[in-house]
Ligand binder design. Structure first.
Ligand SMILES: Cc1ncc(COP(=O)(O)O)c(C=O)c1O
Length: 355
């Protein structure tokens, strides 16, 4: 596979782009396209960034040890079960490079977060796409049947981006017991969900759970992610990860954010209230969600048209046409503040009437 043949990651449009293109002031554009924290970062994290601004001329700790200690306390695992990197994306990149070589296979139930496919291809691996049913639940037996001697990694996003559903613990155990391949459960949205499988890492040598500080902790701009994994992988990861891969401000802000339980509680409450509001009021079919976004099926209207109509109203949401296997009628809407949620519902109501 050459780099020229690879697709590239498609991000949400930015507020600045949309303001310029559609003639709005940036303050009048709302962005519900990247599943960011609707109430912003913890004030304690912001203060930590200010306090350490003068220290940016010196390197951070080589392996983010102080951050791993704080994360260990948060998740209840020793620090040698935790690896950190430049966002969960950065950690996934390294892990895929450890396990996947030319011709190896990965299994990816689609639609899902597109980086699993991109990182596989970057390692000259071959992604195999597994089916989901009409509620986007993974067909576990079909997935297990598609495991071959070449399978090196299985990527299960839970809650899944962009569909919002989780994989059950029983199904996961079935997969873990059926193969020696590494099973990655990406729990970037875990804090908004009713359950997590992080407790299973202790019991399975082939389970990695991914987490991030970008969502519930509101630090997407600082790029801090982590993986929870058995210590034998920790040793391999430490050989491969570039030194200093979490920056100094990311480390201090993440530690402060982990310490701000009040902000985390407010974030989760805002998301759960807003999620219920969106599901109740959006005038199209929505799917149940365990994450900080809601998937909407605009049925006979196309996702591209609906997104464009909302952009003209200064509202950025995410059409899912770039997600493999999502078709062209799905739109993902991040939960915002109540004011933003009302505005997107109003926008969708008028798009529906016009359409
Ligand atoms: C499922 C999933 N994993 C990982 C990430 C990336 O996280 P990070 O910002 O830590 O790289 C995202 C971001 O949207 C995501 O949806």
């Amino acid at each position: 596979m050459s780099i020229q043949d690879m697709g590239k990651y498609v991000p949400s449009k930015t507020i600045e782009e949309v303001a310029k293109q559609y003639g709005f002031l940036p303050k009048d554009v709302i962005k519900l396209g990247s599943n960011e924290n609707p109430i912003g970062p913890s004030p304690k994290a912001v203060q930590a960034v200010k306090d350490y601004a003068n220290a940016i001329s010196t390197y951070p700790s080589v392996d983010a040890a102080e951050l791993r200690t704080a994360l260990a306390k948060y998740i209840g695992y020793p620090a040698d079960y935790i690896v950190t990197g430049n966002g969960a994306d950065g950690v996934l990149d390294i892990l895929t490079r450890i396990f996947v070589e030319r011709g190896d296979e990965t299994i990816i139930p689609v639609p899902t977060f597109s980086y699993y496919e991109l990182f596989t291809r970057l390692c000259d691996g071959v992604p195999k796409f597994a089916p989901r049913d009409s509620n986007f639940d993974v067909d576990i037996d079909a997935l297990i049947n598609s495991v071959s001697s070449k399978t090196k990694m299985i990527f299960l996003c839970s809650p899944n981006n962009p569909t919002g559903n989780q994989i059950g613990e029983r199904d996961l155990k079935k997969v873990l017991n059926a193969t020696d391949a590494m099973v990655v459960v990406d729990e970037a949205y875990a804090e908004f969900a009713d359950s997590s499988v992080i407790g299973l890492v202790r019991e399975h040598e082939n389970l990695i759970v991914m987490r991030t500080m970008s969502k519930a902790f509101g630090l997407a701009g600082l790029r801090v992610g982590y993986g929870v994994l058995p210590p034998w992988i920790f040793k391999e990861y430490m050989k491969v990860v570039p030194a200093f891969s979490v920056n100094k401000l990311g480390i201090v802000a993440a530690i402060a954010a982990l310490d701000d339980k009040n902000h985390l509680r407010r974030t989760i409450q805002t998301v759960k209230n807003g999620r219920a509001f969106l599901i109740e009021n959006i005038p199209f079919k929505t799917y149940p969600s365990q994450a900080n976004f809601v998937l909407v099926d605009v049925s006979r209207l196309s996702a591209v048209e609906v997104c464009e109509a909302l952009l003209r109203k200064g509202i950025i949401v995410r059409g899912c046409e770039s997600f493999r296997g999502a078709g062209d009628s799905l739109v993902r809407i991040s939960v915002g503040t109540m004011e933003q949620n009302r505005r997107v519902v109003e926008g969708l109501n008028s798009v529906k009437k016009e359409g």
